[in-house]
Design a protein around this ligand. Structure first.
Ligand code: HEM
Ligand code: HEM
Length: 344
């Protein structure tokens, strides 16, 4: 009986020892990352309602929010292609090329602040930027409000989305509605299923890639629910990449804080859906994810990563590609004779 118990105990320990890989790795991963919530997250000072989401969606797709009538948010954050434009840097008003690569709007609600340099506090602050940026939509808040008020359906939709407000059609409310819509753009991925306990959701190789991502130190900057998007670091912490990847003119957070220490400091990029959003980095200069990972190895960790390890890390990053939100193309109100005509 004693032998039997011993064998049973031994078997139990070996059986236990066989699982640990997954269980232990999950335990470590849960200290660093968080699965996506299963419902739309709340945002500050902006209760999210179905009417507000529907209005925000219309605004997101409406090119008449730009001076030319050509550009909507979806032009550069195309929800059919991972929430970005797949260009090195965006093309906006008058075919002008902007200075930076467009990040995805998917899951952006979970970033600590918006833009590569974090200069907008949240999505409602962010949404006011592109409308007015000369190289993006080149419009003015007054003109946006005039355009919206020229279409009776928009007045009705703003009234429903902001009940009790005397003058609901405002630029602030435009931004709040867009924020509400963006908060719904979340993409649960195999990584979330795995974090939540489904061992089979990631392949063996992807789990090894995750282990490398943690062990090598990537996770010290790319952590939390968005696997990044939480904090700021110098791009080139250990070794500054060449100007072909990190153009000298864009000093990142330095322009926001005016502190010398913030030269070439950027937000650690959120990595959900990263396999869909080439080209990479704020410069958009790197088209392959393998190359982007290698650049990170040398620039942030001071390590030339082995090709095999790069492959496994990329495999893990592909487990961050999520289920896209299902989007029914919205039907927008028709313009009227009061609607300002496209210009420029
Ligand atoms: C950044 C939303 C219009 C190009 C962003 C971000 C959001 C966003 C949420 C920050 C994402 C992040 O930091 O991870 C919107 C909305 C728009 C709009 C709601 C409509 C009102 C556009 C247009 C263009 C554009 C029309 C292209 C002409 C960019 C670029 C950035 C950006 C280049 C990065 C800029 C930087 O970091 O300095 N947008 N966007 N966006 N968007 Fe848009
Ligand atoms: C950007 C992966 C380590 C900070 C990126 C991007 C990828 C990536 C794929 C490009 C994202 C995009 O274009 O949207 C990795 C991997 C790492 C690693 C696999 C480990 C091998 C680190 C570390 C830090 C860091 C240790 C902080 C010290 C950043 C920053 C950016 C970034 C600041 C934005 C760079 C820019 O301005 O373009 N990372 N990363 N990363 N990562 Fe990492």
């Amino acid at each position: 009986i004693l032998v039997k118990t011993l064998v049973a105990a031994l078997l139990a320990t070996t059986a236990f020892a066989a699982v640990p890989a997954a269980a232990e790795l999950r335990g470590t991963a849960l200290e660093v990352f968080k699965p996506l919530p299963s419902t739309t997250p709340a945002v500050a000072d902006n209760p999210i309602t179905p009417d507000k989401i529907a209005l925000g969606k219309a605004l997101f797709f409406d090119p008449r929010m730009s001076a030319s009538g050509v550009f909507s948010c979806n032009s550069c954050h195309n929800l059919a292609t991972g929430g970005d434009d797949n260009l090195e840097t965006s093309i906006g008003h008058g075919w002008q090329k902007g200075p930076r690569n467009a990040p995805t709007v998917l899951n952006a609600v979970f970033n600590v602040a918006q833009f590569w340099d974090g200069r907008a506090e949240d999505l409602k602050a962010q949404a006011k930027g592109p409308v007015q940026a000369g190289v993006e939509m080149a419009n003015t808040p007054d003109q946006v409000v005039t355009t919206l008020k020229s279409m009776p359906d928009y007045i009705a939709w703003f009234t429903a989305a902001f009940p009790g407000e005397e003058d609901p059609v405002t630029f602030d409310n435009f931004a709040k509605a867009i924020e509400a819509y963006e908060a719904t753009l979340i993409t649960p991925a195999p990584f979330d299923a795995w974090l939540n306990g489904d061992d089979a959701a990631m392949t063996e190789d992807q789990q090894q890639g995750l282990a490398l991502f943690i062990d090598k130190g990537c996770a010290s900057c790319h952590a939390g629910v968005n696997v990044g998007g939480e904090d700021y670091y110098p791009f080139g912490l250990i070794e500054k990449p060449g100007a072909e990847v990190l153009p000298e003119g864009d000093k990142g957070r330095f322009a926001v804080t005016n502190t010398a220490d913030d030269s070439y400091v950027f937000r650690a990029a959120p990595l959900r859906n990263i396999a869909l959003t080439a080209p990479y980095f704020h410069s958009g200069k790197v088209w392959s994810l393998e190359e982007a990972v290698s650049v990170m190895g040398t620039s942030q960790l001071g390590e030339a990563l082995e090709p095999g390890d790069v492959g496994k890390i990329v495999g893990f990053l592909k487990a961050l590609t999520g289920r896209m939100p299902e989007v029914t193309y919205p039907v927008l109100p028709a313009e009227t004779k009061e609607t300002p005509r496209p210009s420029g």
